[in-house]
Design a protein around this ligand. Sequence first.
Ligand SMILES: Nc1ncnc2c1ncn2[C@@H]1O[C@H](COP(=O)(O)OP(=O)(O)OP(=O)(O)O)[C@@H](O)[C@H]1O
Length: 342
Amino acid sequence: MNRKVSNTVPLYTQDLQIGYQSGKRHRTVLDRINLSMERGELVCLLGENGVGKSTLLKTISKIIKPLSGDVFINGKSISKLSNIEIAQNISLVLTERINTGMMTVYDLVSLGRYPYTNWSGKLSKEDWKKVDWAIDQANIAALSNLNAMELSDGQLQKVMIARALAQDGEIMILDEPTAFLDINNRLEIINLLKSLAKETNKAILISTHELDLALFSADKLWLATCCLPIVVGIPEDLVLKNALQETFDHDNFNFDLQTGRFAVKRAFHQTIGLEGPEPYFTWTKHALNRMGYAVVDNDETMNIKITKSGNDYEWKVNRLQDHLKFDSIESLLKGLNSVINK
Ligand SMILES: Nc1ncnc2c1ncn2[C@@H]1O[C@H](COP(=O)(O)OP(=O)(O)OP(=O)(O)O)[C@@H](O)[C@H]1O
């Protein structure tokens, strides 16, 4: 197949087949890859462990050779681009922890500018400005003077992202950039990448296992499934087409179309009626589902009503001739147990 893609897109692949070669034997990880990225777009690549996400990112960045097909950066085959040209176009952050020797964080970030220096390797005023800008954007000024070897995994992750920002390629590729980060830093990094895509018109591709971050932040998703072409679309269309369910097909989980999350498949042993205001309704339902009750609007034998009582809430249970009141979900669950086992 020879797909026509406009040369103006920063990155596209053509009938790409990726995998590993050892002697005469090769192992295909993914094939029939025909993808493109636009400027100003944040793309999240999702797929189960081992499906080939890192292999794809490394092939696009010319670290691994394609088994067949090609990758084009600004219309030029990567096979024709030197490593320096690749580095000027693609800022890459991989998951492997690199040996930083005795470098400070500031030195490590400044390495991002080396694809632009001349033979002397000296950074210009403009280069130093970019380094300062990257440190500021990644919010790591407090780490600047530390030895990079002393950083935690999460801190080093942010520093490597700063180095990629300093490198300032038109394309940014990051393998699991939020893997070691706490919730606050995860949101900070995703928001940073999203606003960078918009404000600096970069094409940003990340691989991630964080479905909720991807669903709520990505302009596009690339869904990789073993032995099938990668599925592409905006998150909402893919959710409605059931593509996420198919990508992460699993006996123990269901993709919940209402919440955009995967939920454990449960076997309910009993129904129970529930009514009440939010968020009390949702969290009571959550606890009841966890205990094996299927929640319905109204049940013939047992109903719970959540009502306000002064400044607090109470849970009233009606079961045949029993009428009980509880002041927390925990006491409700204990009470239900004793009512049912009576
Ligand atoms: N250097 C290598 N040589 C041979 N096979 C490899 C090599 N690296 C990875 N593989 C294999 O290629 C397949 C894809 O691996 P890859 O690391 O790309 O998956 P992934 O989707 O990034 O997984 P994860 O989500 O666990 O990081 C796996 O089956 C893996 O065993």
